[in-house]
Design a protein around this ligand. Structure first.
Ligand code: BT5
Length: 251
């Protein structure tokens, strides 16, 4: 897989642009924006993407996979970000299924989307947003208790190009075994070893208003979360839930 990076100043969302060009673009096309005016989170939430402060990017992928395997791409992304930061001397944890946190604060979110017809996936878009050079004042007051940036944590400016370069290397290293041999063992191992939730009590948010307290036990080989609500383990697919730790979040 050869990467081709396309840089933009301002986009609504790198995921939206990537989706619009996916059918005519080869696997490995990377869209990077200095700023997103309508950065997207999951479930219609928004992602703050101020100009020049972060890495806001999407990669177009063309694996031949079933819909049920999509969450694996998110886990590969999460493991790649964790490894990238680790190479830079920054320890982070993965909050299944799509967040990277440091000291309990989110510094990266991942949004995986597809271009598909009724029966099969044509392209997968993995969008990764990393807060890199925000100062405290760049983070809205109401997010400060649960969002941070690499600069705030390290106390120094960080070269965004280096983060991108390392991230693309790490992603390729973990994605290719999956694409070629359906092997995500290393990515899952990283997600387990660096999990912020395994062994802890978590709230699992399902659908509108549903909230259940359970113990996060483990990730299985497919990357699903095993949670015990008191009646033995149940498997969770990443698409259906949000996890809230007991300490940091109230909802
Ligand atoms: C995510 O959603 O964490 C997925 C974020 C994906 C962003 C990337 S950037 C490149 C690509 N193009 C896009 O348009 N998106 C992707 P979710 O788990 O739903 O978290 C969203 C929540 O995180 C929001 O409701 C806020 O509470 C919080 N949030 C928003 N912006 C943030 C930021 N910059 N840093 C930390 N938290 C943020």
């Amino acid at each position: 897989m050869e990467y081709k990076i396309i840089n933009y100043q301002t986009l609504g969302s790198t995921n939206e642009l990537a989706k619009s060009i996916a059918s005519q673009s080869p696997e490995g096309t990377v869209i990077v924006a200095e700023e997103q005016s309508q950065g997207k989170g999951r479930l219609g939430r928004s992602w703050l993407s101020p100009r020049g402060k972060g890495l806001w990017m999407s990669i177009i992928l063309k694996p031949s996979i079933a819909f049920k395997d999509l969450p694996k791409i998110t886990l590969i992304g999460a493991a790649s970000v964790n490894m990238t930061l680790s190479e830079m001397g920054i320890d982070s944890l993965i909050k299944w299924p799509n967040d990277i946190v440091i000291n309990g604060k989110k510094i990266c979110g991942i949004l995986t989307e597809v271009k598909s017809n009724m029966s099969h996936i044509k392209s997968v878009i993995i969008g990764i947003g990393i807060n890199i050079n925000q100062d405290l004042v760049d983070i809205p007051r109401d997010l400060r208790h649960r969002a941070s940036s690499l600069k705030i944590i390290k106390g120094e400016e960080i070269n965004r190009d280096k983060v991108l370069e390392e991230l693309l290397d790490q992603f390729k290293r973990l994605y290719l075994p999956f694409k070629l041999r359906d092997d995500i063992s290393e990515a899952i191992n990283i997600c387990r070893k660096k999990s912020s939730i395994l062994g802890k009590e978590v709230f699992v948010l399902k659908g509108k208003g549903g909230k259940k307290l359970g113990l996060a036990l483990d990730l299985d080989r497919e990357g699903r979360l095993l949670v015990d609500y008191g009646n033995g383990p149940e498997r969770l697919y990443s698409g259906e839930v949000s996890i809230r730790g007991l300490e940091a979040y109230s909802k």
